[in-house]
Design a protein. Structure first.
Lengths: 272, 981
């Protein structure tokens, strides 16, 4: 680890279960990682002060009871709202993956303008997959031209999804137009060749406009349903044995490493 | 006893509940996929008249909460501001129902665990939204609402509710009736120490006590207990008798397997010891770390780590409540892994389901049973929700269909864990605190252990609701997080899980060599009013018991508190050799532990075996092998399990190397899943399984050898090392008090013994479930003899792993292993309705060498793809390999290496569909052919075709004419099958 490695705080609570691979991804990308329980952060919010990056991993926080991410989001709003807003306002980065994305949507952070007091009313949601079932499959995501500068120019990336409530929806068309005009649509599901998904299964959940991830207007808060941290090794890709048979050239790492490397570099203030 | 003395259920409510009611619906039907499921279920059941359906969720909160707080709770927690509309109704107010709308409400019965309600209470308290939510006596409840527009008659609606919307064992259904129950379960009337008059009871009275108390104790056992207490000059207490019943249950004690068997005149003293355990002892593998005596088997993985595995059945609970039964099955086997040694981290789950025919006509479903489709959907959902929430990838499994499972489905759940080597052993020390951690104790799951030891009947659904436990995966996840932290701080000395028999089994087992004193009133309860014996034997889920040195207690409790897990000292381990139970200072049991553990009379059972008489049917002539292959691909046992696999998170923890589904479109069935559990090691683990009830009916001995071969084929095909592979046996059998059932068990156990020795693969853990029969009237249906073998294999280097999908046009296809006319129990015969025939049986003299040779070829990089041959034989394997790779295959049946062929068998059909063991289809690049052939040496192996770019499976017959030429898209479609959930 580099002595000036950026500090990442991985926030977990009951039911978060992707913390292991998330910590591994961040460390692989060069971050110094603290895995902390939510209760500890609400008791000592000063823990956020010397952090460059907050990551909420996937899982089933509080069992996703009532609705995915609802209770964790509620706790963030009630116990950490001010600290979290101040953290983003002073230049901090936030990432939510899968359940972490659902939690951040519930928190209201994506629709908040920098400097605004408190969280605004919510007009976006993640809800039950169009297929009505939990679904685990590999998909492809593409970084769009968005406010999220650190994703800019990233190649189309194979990533698994695994969720029951990942369908991104908006209150009405005006909300979608606003997200577009503020350049908040950061990631879309596409086909493996990068062309438009064109429905299931390349868009695995029926998300409006094939949206796989969005950012806040500052571009520093990003949430996405797919799991880049589950594609770190050369052997995670579902076609690695096929690629090997075709090229005879072993892969060196999974594409997900590139995603986390960009994030950690951005959070360190180093431009990718 | 417990079950008869419990207070009766509360009478139907006379009025609307005295509680705030919040009802939440989706504003736009597009966002209500559950409503579509209700419509689909109605269509399947033939319930007509539903025009529109919407589903909603309701919450009840105590009337003393203010309206403002209820509004805040609705805004912040219950309803989504983007998606939902919500209505709040004051206590005792009736909800508004639009005209023409019928409502079905489904609510958990009072006292049945409702994890969502618990989360609601915690969230409201934590966020300070409802002040009263912090009170001890506060509780909330939730319910499901289905609103139906249309004209459906009440009877049809009741049928829909009963067959699809609710499980009346654990849920109340109200149709157009808003009088929901809002009450805690009634308390068991307080009582002092109750003695049971046993000592002077006659045979009839003894059996009446056993039956009425749901103790499942035999006359010999009741007599042994009476005699013991006669010597003590007193009667046993209820707590003592319950403890004995739990500990001596077939479920906990495996009396049949360890008893004495008279097998057609031959005396077998302890079948388990002479077969399964003997193989392990004889093989004496240095990498076996802990076998048979702990909650799971442990083998060495790398320098510093061990892997462990356990597979359990949860058959009877899943028959009564498929969703809850399968979920708690997963929860229970995960706790076995948390409780082996000092605890391991769960890294993979497995599941195997055995159900009745999915196309069973509704009128053939026995009274009191559910349709196989409902059972399968329910158990899949149960495994999904528990495993996914725990963050454990479910990576391996299968579905088997046989009509013998109609009234008694089988559900197996397994878990693999990894642990540091130092954590593989434990010792309880007298003087240590007994600490119970995890979920609270309620009246759920009373008599699960004894219930699972009897036959199901049509009344089971009615009487056994108390035997059903409801799981809460997040509580178990909390326990996992706290436990591994406490383990690594080395705060406790021993641990076990609360499974069947609850605290009675856990504390009883842990104190076997020392002694224990427990103060039952210290056990945290879900609600007040449990009798001491109820606390003691409740099988409430998500609990573990620890032996903690007194000096560590404070830190241990704090470690769990940091994860929001309750941990409480309930007693201490002693050196008295006695188990003492107190409640509020009054002694309810003082039992000699030696008698508890060693006093069980060993049953003597007779066994016999007469092979079913069938003429060898030979092999039929087929007019269209292409059509036969398509039909075989779509059979429920063989068809794609994609609808199941995709519902399981098989990627969580980021370790997957080979997924359950592989190939170009990730829709072909892999041989076995491979995981890379440690970032610091190139080693992997492969998990495979084998089972075949059709073989079991015809020849249990051959079946055992064949399914061991199958499980080993699975793991060897992906690169697992046969010489670092352990296996597990899970027997589900009929009632072994009947000699023919027990005879089949003897044959199967002996088959296990022979095969394990031959392959050099020790058994490291196992379980048996021996009362899988179903009574309808005076008819008894036994399940077919069902042995599930699970193989856990270490893969030396994950970079060498191969998948089963064809990779390159132009490469050669080799068939490794000899094909024999073994068609008995085959998928082909099942398709054609043919009974009898010779069951496949591996050649134990040559099969292990063949597998080792193939392993060398894989490690040498000479193989592009390997697929093992099982149900459906060469035809199905080649089809799967072709569409998996998106490539064609040309196959020449004339080249297939044969053994023992006779002319009563059709030469082409036999080659295509024989299920002979130890066979693999291997794709080998032209340039590697010589090296591949060198590694295979003298083993039967021949080049039988090639991979082509023409996207068709073309098969030529033994006389070199083209038998069929079918496109891979057609094969792929056929493989999808009829039933997709």
């Amino acid at each position: 680890m580099h002595p000036t490695a950026p500090r990442a705080l991985v926030l977990r609570t009951a039911g978060i279960n992707c913390d292991g691979e998330t910590v591994r991804a961040l460390e692989t990308a060069g971050a110094s990682v603290d895995l902390v329980h939510l209760a500890l952060v609400t008791a000592e919010p000063a823990r956020l002060d010397d952090t460059n990056l907050i990551v909420i991993p996937g899982g089933f926080s509080f069992g996703d009871d009532v609705s995915a991410g609802r209770v964790f989001g509620l706790e963030l709003r009630h116990a950490l709202s001010e600290k979290l807003c101040a953290f983003v306002d002073r230049g901090g980065y936030v990432l939510g993956v899968c359940n972490g994305f659902q939690v951040l949507v519930e928190s209201g952070l994506f629709e908040r303008e920098l400097g605004a007091a408190g969280m605004p009313a919510r007009s976006i949601a993640l809800t039950a997959n169009a297929g009505g079932r939990f679904e685990c499959r590999w998909t492809t995501m593409k970084a769009e031209d968005s406010a999220c500068a650190w994703l800019s120019g990233m190649e189309v990336m194979p990533v698994p999804v695994a969720h029951g409530e990942g369908r991104f929806v908006v209150k009405d068309d005006k909300v979608l137009a606003r997200l577009k005009s503020k350049r908040q649509i950061a990631l879309r599901y596409v086909r493996a060749d990068g062309s438009a998904a064109g429905g299931y299964p390349d868009n695995p959940n029926g998300s409006v406009d094939d949206i796989a991830g969005i950012c806040d207007p500052s571009g520093r808060v990003l949430g996405l349903m797919p799991h880049p941290e589950r594609n770190l090794t050369p052997w995670n890709h579902p076609h690695w044995t096929r690629m090997l048979a075709q090229t005879s050239k072993p892969r060196t790492c999974g594409e997900g490493v590139l995603f986390y490397r960009r994030l950690v570099e951005a959070a360190a203030g180093v431009h990718a | 006893m417990t079950s008869t003395r419990s207070a009766p259920p509360p009478p139907a409510q006379a009025t609307l509940p005295d509680a705030w009611r919040v009802e939440v619906f989706r504003a736009d039907p597009v966002n209500d996929p559950e409503a579509r499921e209700v419509l689909a279920a109605a269509a399947e059941l033939g319930v007509s008249g539903l025009r529109e359906v919407r589903t909603g969720r309701g919450f009840l909160l105590p009337s003393r909460v203010t309206r403002a707080a209820v509004e805040a709770a609705t805004r912040e927690l219950f309803a989504d501001p983007v998606l939902d509309t919500a209505r709040i109704y004051a206590p005792r107010a009736a909800p508004e129902v639009a005209s023409g709308v019928q409502r079905v409400l489904v609510a958990r019965k009072s006292g049945v665990m409702d994890p969502v309600a618990l989360t609601v209470q915690q969230a409201l308290a934590a966020a300070g939204i409802v002040r009263e939510a912090r009170d001890d006596d506060f509780f909330a409840t939730t319910f499901k609402i289905v609103e139906i527009q249309g004209r459906t008659d009440a009877r049809a609606l009741a049928l829909l509710a009963q067959k699809s919307l609710a499980n009346e064992t654990i849920e109340d259904v109200l149709i157009d009736d808003e009088r929901l129950v809002f009450a805690r379960p009634p308390a068991t009337p307080p009582h002092g120490v109750i003695h049971v008059a046993l000592v002077n009871a006659d045979e009839e009275a003894l059996m009446k006590i056993s039956r009425d108390g749901a103790l499942s104790l035999s006359l010999a056992e009741m007599r042994a207990i009476a005699l013991f207490f006669k010597e003590q000059r007193r009667e046993p207490t209820v707590c003592e008798l319950e403890t004995l019943a739990q500990t001596w249950s077939e479920h906990c004690k495996h009396k049949t397997f360890t008893g004495i068997v008279d097998f057609d005149g031959e005396l077998i003293d302890n079948l388990l010891k002479r077969t399964i355990k003997d193989a392990t002892l004889t093989l004496a593998k240095p990498w076996c770390v802990s076998v048979f005596h702990d909650n799971a088997g442990i083998i060495a993985f790398d320098q510093g780590h061990d892997v462990c595995i356990k597979v359990e059945t949860h058959n009877h609970p899943s028959a009564i409540d498929p969703y809850g039964g399968a979920g708690t099955g997963v929860g229970g086997v995960v706790r076995d892994i948390l409780g082996v040694g000092l605890g391991a981290r769960p890294i993979a789950n497995t599941d195997a389901f055995f159900v009745g025919p999915l196309d069973l006509p509704a009128d053939k479903v026995p009274k009191g049973s559910m349709h196989p489709r409902r059972i399968l959907r329910g158990v899949v959902a149960g495994v999904r929700d528990y495993g996914n929430r725990m963050g454990i990838p479910t990576v391996s499994g299968g579905v088997w269909v046989h009509e013998g499972y109609i009234g008694n489905p089988l559900v197996y759940a397994g878990t693999v864990g990894i642990m540091p080597h130092w954590a593989a052993t434990k010792t309880v020390a007298s003087g240590d605190a007994i600490v119970v951690v995890g979920g609270r104790t309620g009246r759920d799951g009373i008599h699960g252990a004894t219930f699972s030891s009897v036959e199901l009947s049509e009344e089971s659904e009615m009487v056994s609701s108390a035997a059903v436990q409801i799981g809460d995966a997040i509580t178990e996840k909390r326990v996992l997080d706290g436990l591994l932290t406490a383990r690594d701080k080395r705060l406790y000395r021993a641990i076990t899980d609360c499974g069947a028999g609850g605290l009675s089994s856990a504390v009883g087992e842990m104190s076997a060599d020392c002694g224990a004193e427990v103060d039952l009133e210290k056990v945290p309860l879900k609600y007040p009013g449990l009798a001491p014996e109820e606390i003691w034997i409740s099988e409430a889920q998500e609990r573990m018991v620890l032996s903690v040195p007194p000096a560590n207690v404070k830190e241990l409790l704090a470690t769990f508190a940091a994860e929001d897990v309750e941990a409480v000292v309930i007693g201490r381990f002693t050196s008295t050799g006695r188990l003492v139970l107190r409640h509020a200072g009054v002694v309810h049991a003082d039992l000699d532990l030696h008698f508890l553990h060693e006093g069980t009379p060993r049953p003597m059972r007779s066994a016999t075996w007469k092979a079913p008489q069938h003429k060898d049917p030979g092999a039929p002539r087929e007019s269209d092998h292409g059509a036969t292959l398509l039909a075989l691909l779509g059979r429920p046992d063989t068809q794609s399990k994609e609808w199941i696999v995709r519902q399981y998170d098989h990627e969580v923890q980021g370790m997957s190397v080979l997924k359950p589904l592989v190939g170009e479109r990730m829709d072909a069935p892999g041989n076995a899943a491979v995981l890379k559990p440690l970032a610091t090691s190139q080693k992997g683990i492969a998990i495979g399984c084998g089972a075949n009830p059709h073989y079991g009916v015809l020849d249990p001995g051959a079946m055992a050898e064949a399914v061991i071969d199958e499980a080993l084929r699975n793991v060897v095909a992906v690169g697992g090392d046969l010489d670092h592979t352990a296996i597990l046996d899970n027997f589900s059998w009929g009632n072994c008090e009947k000699p023919d059932r027990l005879g089949a068990l003897v044959l199967a156990a002996r088959g296990c013994h022979r095969a394990a020795l031959a392959y050099g693969t020790p058994f490291i853990s196992g379980k048996d479930s021996l009362n899988n029969e179903y009574k309808v009237g005076d008819q008894t249906i036994a399940i077919p003899p069902t042995l599930l073998i699970t193989a856990l294999s270490v893969v030396p280097d994950v970079a060498e792993v191969v998948s089963m999908d064809a990779k390159r046009a132009g490469s050669r296809l080799y068939l490794v292993g000899a094909t024999r006319p073994e068609l008995g129990g085959s998928a082909w015969f099942a398709l054609r309705g043919i009974a009898g025939g010779t069951v496949p049986r591996p050649d134990l003299a040559t099969a292990p060498g063949l597998m080792r040779a193939l392993h060398r070829a894989i490690r040498g990089g000479h193989v592009l793809a390997v697929h093992d041959l099982s149900e459906g034989g060469l035809a199905v394997a080649a089809a799967e390999m072709a569409f998996g790779g998106g490539l064609g295959i040309d196959l020449a049946l004339a080249e297939v290496p044969m053994a023992g062929f006779d002319h009563a068998h059709d030469p082409d059909g036999t080659r295509l569909y024989s299920e002979s063991c130890s066979r693999f289809l291997c794709e080998v690049a032209e340039g590697s052919a010589a090296a591949f052939e060198r590694e295979l040496g003298a083993n039967p192996s021949a080049c039988v075709g090639e991979v082509t770019a023409r996207s068709k499976l073309r098969v030529s017959s033994t006389d070199h004419s083209i038998l069929f030429d079918v496109g891979i898209e057609e094969l792929r479609r056929a493989h999808l099958g009829e039933f997709r959930g």
